[in-house]
Design a protein around this ligand. Structure first.
Ligand SMILES: [Mg+2]
Length: 378
């Protein structure tokens, strides 16, 4: 992959000053043309063609806007938020499809389960975007490997591609994930953040829209580099009290934390085998007893789980997670066990295992669980 000089340099971390010895490592994952890619996955005959998700322009003028479109359609100048009639003028041969929101939600849920399996400090920010704080992995070299594995896992399990940015703050990580779309992996180490951001136009900073960018241009500020050097007093005319914080973003300084949402609550148990275990039966028994422990814990806090995830790490430290969303929230050991068996068996066959784990997520409190016919017929 083209690294354009921004990826980790072999000696990169050695140059970090002592007081910045523990920079944060934030990952931003953004699915590539998400709705369009999900449609193409379900209709392979659309692969390589311009696909536009939005209302059908043939059904009347001016109806609705483009929600998303494939990269093939972007080559014609089509982009999201464009009126579909305009998209039709630019690219009449495009395939226009109505959105299937339920399908996208479902797919998003599984992608987010994969990401949450990597790190508890996880924040979903939209249907197809999330941040992870993986500082605990120890360094940018390890972080680069994790980012690669995330891409592989999402592709293997969902047949979808994503772009990932790795940087010391959320804002720069998001700029980085956008830098080589689609399919990009851009790692910006702390000491390179400013150099990376500097030549880019100001509107690349998340939150700076076309209007703000026009105001900045009127002040002679076009690039993030010149924003980083601008006078705070002058910037206050545009950003008010946020001026200093915006200038910090342009300097690659961003302390905003990755906040887990309450819906991301989960409980998990793992076991490391020492030495590595080459008996699939033993690994499965371990997974089942971990899941029974978790069910007891759920009962203890009067909660139910909707999603079951099995995680298996192999001797080379590669990790695979598989998740299943249950038809309804439960804490019944037999339902959870069934999911664990289905998810775990394909992962442990004919392979040595270093670690195995179960996670229960999308937890709901007993009182919040919607009653179903089954509850009444028990
Ligand atoms: Mg996206």
């Amino acid at each position: 992959m083209d690294n354009r000089g921004w990826h980790l340099q072999p000696d990169g971390l050695a140059t970090i000053p002592a007081e910045k010895a523990c920079p944060r490592i934030i990952v931003h994952v953004d699915m590539d043309s998400f709705y369009a890619s999900v449609e193409v996955r379900h209709r392979p005959e659309l692969a390589g063609k311009p696909v536009v998700i939005g209302a059908d322009p043939g059904k009347g003028p001016g109806r609705g806007v483009v929600l998303t479109c494939s990269y093939e359609a972007r080559k014609f100048g089509v982009h999201s938020a464009l009126p579909v009639t305009r998209a039709f003028e630019l690219c009449p041969e495009a395939i226009f499809l109505p959105p299937r929101h339920e399908l996208y939600q479902e797919t998003s849920g599984r992608v987010m389960d994969i990401l949450e399996g990597y790190e508890d400090r996880f924040q979903q920010v939209s249907i197809d975007e999330a941040y992870l704080d993986i500082t605990s992995c120890g360094g940018y070299a390890a972080a680069t490997e994790i980012a690669r594995k995330i891409k592989q896992d999402i592709f293997r399990q969902e047949h979808l591609t994503c772009s990932i940015g790795v940087a010391p703050g959320k804002s720069t990580a998001k700029v980085a994930s956008d830098f080589e779309k689609p399919g990009g992996l851009v790692v910006v180490t702390p000491e390179r953040a400013r150099e990376f951001l500097s030549p880019l136009p100001v509107e690349k900073i998340p939150g700076i829209g076309p209007k703000t960018a026009a105001s900045l241009r009127a002040m002679g500020i076009r690039t993030i580099g010149s924003l980083a050097e601008a006078d705070v007093q002058e910037l206050m005319g545009i950003f008010g009290r946020a001026a200093a914080a915006v200038r910090d973003l342009a300097r690659g300084v961003d302390d905003d934390e990755v906040r887990g949402s309450s819906s991301a609550k989960s409980i998990s148990r793992e076991q490391t085998f020492c030495p590595d275990c080459d008996d699939p039966g033993e690994v499965m028994n371990t997974l089942l007893s971990l899941s029974d422990e978790l069910c007891r814990e759920l009962r203890g806090v009067r909660a139910y789980a909707r999603t079951v995830t099995v995680k298996v790490r192999y001797p080379d430290f590669s990790t695979t997670t598989r998740a299943q969303t249950l038809p309804r929230p439960t804490h019944e050991p037999r339902h959870i066990r069934k999911a664990v068996l289905e998810l775990g068996l394909p992962l442990v066959r004919q392979q040595k295992v270093r670690l195995a784990g179960v996670r229960l997520s999308s937890l709901v409190a007993r009182d919040n669980r919607q009653k179903t016919i089954e509850d009444f017929s028990k």
